[in-house]
Structure formats: structure tokens, C-alpha cells
Design a protein around this ligand. Structure first.
Ligand code: PLP
Length: 447
């Protein structure tokens, strides 16, 4: 029995499912999750001594790779001075200033510890500002595990949602309307049906929690316009995309593109990269909106660990190192991995779609023309544009692909519905390892 299998047995006796976040249990791919011993740069080593290239990267925070020496040093230096002073520290201001500098569409930032807290607070803030209750979210977008955002689409469009989890009262999800992604008509219908009642639309800047599903060109701009003409706020959730897909997140990338730019959300949420691997998240907005938050305004929010100096030190250092060269490195690694995977899938005759925004991508399995996917990917393949289409893929092919990659020394996300994450540390040696593992994995997927 491997050491990981042994520890997984022990874990299951003291922790539900043996894990502290469900996807880690390997439910959709089967097998034993490796227990990590150490990780450095692009590589992760388990307690059985298997060393693999990591395409999970902590689910997104590790833009620079694991344990970048300067991030480690900042954490060491800060923690030796203080761990949890319970009052203000310089780093909190530096991090807020850096975020505001990169994202000129916001003036102020409030630091919290998780993306879930950031979106939960953003929604409370939107309700406090507008005096309205209803929220629109898109099916397949994930915004953390607060009650109102664990809402599943009901049978009709623009209907009030059903709970997406046991333990969530219908009274709460009935305040959330779930509509299909990339569908502005459904958004307009919801606004028409609930006139004057919708506080906000929350959307991932570019969805990456149903695999990556790019927003159609102009979708975010049009969405902002619909929100604003109806007196509602737009919440742009960049917890995953923020400072990963570009120096100013996916919002910043869209502003550089005339077919997409020219919009501002009212509230941003961030997480992951801004903590560099430690728990930091944030919400940010123009001053007149942020003024509604406590202690200045009536919308309450607080946190013992909010702006924790050790976590903030990791975030400030990560953002300081996240320069143009770092983004160019991640983008180049993504180009290479997409090309390698596509080439192998073509070689073995495995139909696919690449779902991609810059350095963030995933692959959907199956013949999109036959499956009725209505988008187009960069190879001219039909690609899925919303959750219903994503779910039609041949997801049964992924476990074999995943395990062949794992055996070949590549740590993949353990679900076909997750993005693949790269870092600036994914150098030629790491890409070579991926290239070596792919032929067998592509054959396994196609079998
Ligand atoms: N929003 C988005 C877009 C996310 O991807 C996630 C987590 O993956 C969250 C919010 C929740 O963040 P956390 O897991 O830190 O609570």
C-alpha cells in the first residue's frame, strides 16, 4: 500500500471524505489522491516520492509557481516579526494600493480571507447600495459556497432558483435567479420579469469553473449596460482570473481589445493570486460604493484574519513579481501546452474543443458539431458556450486521460470541469515532461 493510500485511509476516519475541499477526493476520476510532501516551482512531490509537473498550481494562486524564494522569504521575515497583530499593518495598504493601481476602475479595496467571503460581501454591499434583494447569477459560474450563490437553475429561464446544496433554504435561493451563460436575452427577460427588484448580476469575468467558457466578444460590456440601465450593479468576480490572465485581470485584458472593452463593473472580487498561496481575497469598487461598508456605512463586514500580515506579505510579493515578463512566460507556456495536447488528440483521432482565455484553458472531449456546441475554438472546432453545452461532452474519457498523465508524471486537475493552471515556473523541463506523458494519455482518452 502506498503511503498516500495509507494516509487517505486515516484521513477518511477523521475528515468527511478524507478531504477539506470536495474535489480533492478524486470523486470524478477515481483512485487515491497523492498526499503532497513538498512543491517547488512547477513541480510537486508526494509522500511516496513521485515528482510531477503540477497543472493545478493550488487551483490558481501560484502564478509564480510553488514556493517562490522571494515569497517564502517575505513570509518568513513577516512571520518572525508578527503573525496576527489584530490591528493595522503597512502591508494591507500596500496590497490595496497595488490592486487599485492595476485596476483603475476601482478606488478602494477591502481585504478578506477567501473568495467566498469576497463574493458574499459584494452581494451584501450591492443589496445595501440598491435597497433591492434579487441577484442574477449564471449557471455554471462558481462564486464560492455562500448560501445564496449555491443556487441551481430551475426548469425555466429567469425563474427563481432552487437550492444547489442540502442545507440551503429555498427562502434564500429564491432571491437568486439563474440564467444560462452568454445569454443576454435571458438576462433581459429576468430584468423585465422582476423590474426594480434586481440588486446585481454577478458573473465570473471569464468563467473557469465549468471548464473555461470564454465570454462572447462584447458580452461583458453589454451585461454592464443592461445592469446600469436597470439601476442594478454588476459584480465582476475575478477571484480566479484576477492577476492571472493579465496584470489587471480579465477585465484589463478586455479593455485592450476594441471588440470587448469599454465597460466597468461596479464591484470587483479578487482572491487566489493576491494571496500568492496564502488566504487573502478582496472586494473593490469606486469610493461611493465602498463607503457603504462598515465602519463608514451600514453594510457590515469584519474578519479576525482579514488582512493578516503574513498572508498579505505573500500577496504583495507575488504581485510585485507579477510583471510583464511573468505574464509572457505563463502565456507562452499555455500556448505550448495547448499545442501539445491538440496535436496528440489530432494524432489519435480524439475530437475535442479547447476552451481558452489567454493562459487559462481546459479541454472538452467530444465532437462538438455532433454534440451541438455553438461556439468555435481557435482550431475551428465547435466549442461549448454555456454549462448545458459543457455537460454534453464525453466526460467519461477524462479519468483515463487523467490517470495516464498522473502515471506519466503530470498532476492534472481531478475533474474535466476544472481549468488547467500554469505558472511562470513552467519552463522547458516542465513542458518536456508534459510532452512525454501526452501520447499515452491521448490514446487512453480516445480508447
Ligand atoms: N469565485 C470564483 C470565480 C472562484 O473560482 C472561487 C474558487 O474557486 C471562488 C469565488 C471562491 O473562492 P474560495 O475558494 O477562496 O472561497
Amino acid at each position: 500500500m502506498s503511503a498516500s493510500a495509507d494516509w487517505f485511509d486515516r484521513a477518511r476516519k477523521v475528515t468527511p471524505g478524507g478531504v477539506n475541499s470536495p474535489v480533492r477526493a478524486f470523486g470524478s476520476v477515481g483512485g487515491t489522491p497523492p498526499f503532497t510532501h513538498s512543491a517547488e516551482g512547477a513541480w510537486i512531490t508526494d509522500i511516496d516520492g513521485n515528482r510531477r509537473v503540477d497543472l493545478v498550481c493550488g487551483w490558481g494562486p501560484l502564478l509564480l509557481g510553488h514556493s517562490h524564494p522571494e515569497v517564502v522569504e517575505a513570509v518568513r521575515e513577516t512571520s518572525a516579526r508578527m503573525m496576527c497583530p489584530g490591528g493595522s499593518t503597512v502591508g494591507e495598504v500596500e496590497l490595496a494600493e497595488e490592486i487599485a493601481k492595476r485596476v483603475p476602475a476601482l478606488d478602494e479595496v477591502r481585504l478578506v480571507s477567501t473568495g467566498t467571503e469576497a463574493t458574499m460581501t459584494a452581494i451584501r454591499l450591492a443589496r445595501g447600495v440598491t435597497g433591492r434583494n434579487l441577484i442574477i447569477k449564471f449557471a455554471g459560474c462558481y462564486h464560492g459556497h455562500s448560501d445564496g450563490l449555491l443556487a441551481a437553475a430551475g426548469s425555466g429561464l429567469a425563474t427563481l432558483a432552487l437550492p444547489g446544496s442540502a442545507g440551503v433554504p429555498e427562502a434564500i435561493t429564491s432571491q437568486t435567479i439563474v440564467v444560462p451563460y452568454n445569454d443576454l436575452e435571458a438576462v433581459r427577460a429576468a430584468f423585465a420579469e422582476h423590474e426594480g427588484q434586481i440588486a446585481a448580476v454577478i458573473t465570473e469575468a471569464s468563467p473557469a469553473n465549468m471548464g473555461v467558457v470564454p465570454p462572447a466578444a462584447g458580452f461583458n460590456r453589454e451585461l454592464a449596460e443592461i445592469c446600469h440601465s436597470n439601476g442594478a450593479l454588476m459584480i465582476c468576480d475575478e477571484v480566479l482570473t484576477g492577476f492571472r490572465t493579465g496584470p489587471a485581470g480579465w477585465w484589463g485584458r478586455e479593455q485592450q481589445d476594441s471588440t470587448r472593452g469599454g465597460w466597468e463593473p461596479d464591484i470587483f472580487t479578487f482572491g487566489k493570486v493576491i494571496g500568492g498561496g496564502l488566504p487573502v481575497a478582496a472586494l473593490g469598487a469606486r469610493r461611493e460604493i465602498m463607503e457603504h461598508l462598515s465602519p463608514n456605512g451600514g453594510v457590515y463586514q469584519a474578519g479576525t484574519l482579514s488582512g493578516n500580515p503574513v498572508a498579505v506579505a505573500a500577496g504583495v510579493t507575488t504581485l510585485r513579481l507579477a510583471d510583464a515578463a511573468a505574464y509572457a512566460a505563463v502565456d507562452a507556456a499555455a500556448d505550448r501546452v495547448v499545442e501539445l495536447v491538440a496535436t496528440e488528440f489530432q494524432r489519435v483521432g480524439q475530437p475535442f474543443a479547447v476552451q481558452r482565455v489567454r493562459n487559462l484553458f481546459s479541454f472538452a472531449f467530444g465532437d462538438g458539431a455532433a454534440l451541438g456546441w455553438s461556439g468555435k475554438d481557435e482550431f475551428g472546432n465547435a466549442s461549448p458556450i454555456n454549462e448545458a453545452e459543457v455537460k454534453r461532452q464525453e466526460s467519461f474519457r477524462y479519468p483515463a486521460f487523467f490517470h495516464a498523465m498522473l502515471d506519466g508524471g503530470v498532476n492534472m486537475p481531478p475533474s474535466v470541469f476544472e481549468a488547467w493552471f500554469l505558472s511562470a515556473a513552467h519552463d522547458d523541463a516542465a513542458l518536456e515532461q508534459i510532452a512525454k506523458a501526452l501520447p499515452k494519455a491521448a490514446e487512453a482518452a480516445a480508447a
